[in-house]
Design a protein around this ligand. Structure first.
Ligand code: ATP
Length: 586
């Protein structure tokens, strides 16, 4: 069962945002100061315009011309200074935004890569894809465009309102009261929008997951006649996503008209109240003009906030989803001690999937270096689970698995792969070159070592590839068949050179020719290593040094093939029945 990744709560988002600013605090301070200066210089113009109006009204015409010229020159200088300062503020702001976006993206990637294999396996692929391909770009876009604009707009609006209050408190307060409409509308919106945008993003993830599963399992779906059921599931996901979108659209359709009205109201109030006050000689005409011009200027910043409030909301929802990854468990606590030898000890191991019931109960086993151990048992006995624990993919609920006296769960991936490797039939070929696919196992491997690993597993097909080790193995490049993919994974094992290999159904579902080729390659790879093989054919058990028989999550018999046959227990019964079937078949 796949699960969705967590989403960060409000406190976590605030903390992460504060950390973001702290990391680049100098740039943030520069953005703040430059914007404040640009806005401050911009406020001088309307104030001087008011002075011009008053000068023209009071002075004789000749004196007024000189005053107007002087003031107009100062307005010009202020305008040029504002342009220069705004340009610098934007430049610094955009750079800050880009750097922050890059950090968020890199942190997301680091967190995804740090997810323990078991968590990554159970995480919904659609959710991860949506967070990487939708949420990360949404934040980057918002930081590149919305954040600098909104930041400037908020500073501008604050300064403009402050200027009107300083100019005339009555006019300032009356315009402020009209902004109440905007405040109420925005609060109404924000209270609902956060949840609505999160629902929208989550429904997008679910839709991506539904599509990804249908595409990945298209053949199986067709073969089992499940197409209609999958179409219905996808249609229901589309419907949920559509309804979530409509919900956010409804919120916007209330907010925008309300804001439209609210930012014209202060201007109307200043003109009406200013007119009355001027008639009573309580304010000069210049003050009313300056206040009206300021409030006209308020339209710009409010417009910007209105334009981006939506983008900022969805960016915050995306940020919450990317930051949510910080609460997932990361790769285990690394232990610095090096294993003393190659001995594997399984000590009283119990394990349960996703807090369910235990599927392994008090498993105890010592495996000698170089030993070949076969694990047999009926389906569901816990063989594959034990293999995953041995390979360090999952961690025991209680008890531990040691290699050379060190718990496997304390070795990070880089160290673990030099000790234990798991080979299953699910071989992943990465969208990379042949070389890139192999360097995963040993990043410092030379071409000669790569070639020798490929030769060891009989992958001579590499010589026929158009670009040799540089040939791309993906949808657009060369495609490998199952046997070639398995050879590639075995070459990785050769390069990683672990002393212990755990085999789980490595060839179980291959066609006979591929299985024979792979087994030949396997024989070379396994030479000189400890082998723990989940045995589906009892011939493997027959050839092993020891056989462990599992039933209902416990090892119920352990010994050599001959010992267990002589004991006439479960293994002997399995052997006789398998041998009998084989004889009948031949
Ligand atoms: P098989 O030979 O059929 O693969 P097995 O002996 O390898 O069987 P496991 O696959 O280890 O058995 O399964 C042991 C138990 O754990 C079973 O009851 C199975 O249903 C359960 N189990 C296996 N994988 C998961 C999982 N991902 N989530 C929950 N339970 C699981």
């Amino acid at each position: 069962m796949t699960t969705l990744l967590p989403v960060a709560g409000a406190a976590q988002i605030r903390q992460a945002a504060v950390n973001e600013i702290r990391t680049d605090r100098k740039a943030f301070a520069a953005v703040l100061v430059l914007n404040a200066l640009a806005v401050g210089v911009g406020l001088v113009g309307p104030w001087l315009l008011g002075k011009i109006v008053d000068a023209v009204g009071k002075s004789p015409a000749r004196d007024a011309v000189g005053t107007v010229d002087r003031l107009a020159l100062v307005i010009l200088v202020c305008t040029v200074a504002q342009i220069v300062l705004t340009r610098c503020a934007r430049y610094v702001g955009y750079r800050f935004g880009e750097r922050t976006a890059a950090r968020i993206r890199e942190r997301f990637l680091d967190r995804v890569l740090a997810l323990p294999a078991a968590v990554a396996e159970r995480t919904s692929a659609g959710d991860l894809i949506a967070r990487g391909t939708t949420d990360a770009p949404t934040i980057a876009f918002a930081l590149r465009t919305a954040a600098p604009d909104v930041f400037v707009a908020v500073i501008q609006a604050t300064f403009i309102i402050g200027a009107v209050v300083v100019l005339n408190p009555v006019l300032g307060l009356s315009s402020l009261s009209c902004l109440l409409v905007a405040t109420i509308a925005v609060r109404w919106y924000l209270r609902r929008s956060s949840a609505a945008y999160r629902t929208e993003a989550a429904s997008g993830s679910q839709l991506a997951e539904a599509l990804a599963t249908s595409v990945a399992g298209a053949r199986t779906i067709e073969a089992l006649g499940l197409a209609e059921m999958h179409s219905m599931t996808t249609a229901s996901s589309i419907d949920t996503a559509r309804r979530a979108r409509l919900a956010t659209l409804r919120l916007r359709s209330v907010l925008f008209p309300a804001l439209d009205v609210s930012y014209v109201l202060p201007l109307v109030a200043v003109l009406l109240i200013g007119g009355v006050l001027h008639n009573r000689d309580a304010v000069s005409l210049g003050t009313v003009v300056a206040a009206a011009v300021y409030l006209r200027q308020l339209v710009g910043p409010l417009d910007t906030v209105m334009l981006w409030v939506d983008g900022v909301q969805s960016a915050i929802a995306s940020y919450a989803r990317l930051e949510g990854l910080s609460s997932t468990p990361t790769v285990r606590q690394a232990i610095s001690a090096e294993p003393a030898d190659n001995r594997i000890r399984i000590i009283d191991v119990s394990y349960a999937y996703d807090h369910g019931r235990d599927v392994l109960h008090g498993v105890e086993l010592d495996i000698e270096p170089g030993e070949r151990l076969a694990v047999v048992g009926t389906s569901g006995a816990g063989k594959s689970t034990l293999a995953r624990l041995l390979a360090g993919i999952d961690t025991p609920r209680t008890g531990s698995i040691h290699v050379g006296g060190v718990p496997i769960s304390g070795l990070d991936a880089d160290r673990l792969r030099h000790h234990v490797a798991l080979v299953t039939q699910d071989q992943h070929v990465f969208h990379d070159t042949v070389r890139g696919n192999l360097l995963i196992a040993r990043p410092d491997a030379t071409d000669a070592q790569i070639r020798s690993a490929l030769a060891a597993v009989g992958a001579d097909w590499v010589d026929d590839l158009p670009d040799d080790l540089d040939t791309h193995l993906d949808g657009t490049g060369h495609r490998l068949d199952a046997a070639q993919a398995q050879q590639l994974s075995l070459a990785r094992v050769v390069l990683a050179d672990p002393h212990t290999v755990v085999l789980d159904e490595a060839t179980a579902q291959m066609d006979p020719t591929s299985a024979r080729n792979t087994e030949r390659a396997l024989a070379v790879v396994l030479e000189g290593r400890t082998v723990i093989a989940i045995a589906h054919r009892l011939q493997t058990a027959h050839d092993a040094d020891r056989v462990a028989v599992m039933a209902a999550g416990r090892i119920i018999e352990l010994g050599t093939h001959d010992d267990l046959i002589a004991r006439e227990g479960t293994y002997a019964a399995l052997w006789h029945s398998w041998h009998g079937e084989k004889r009948t078949a031949t």
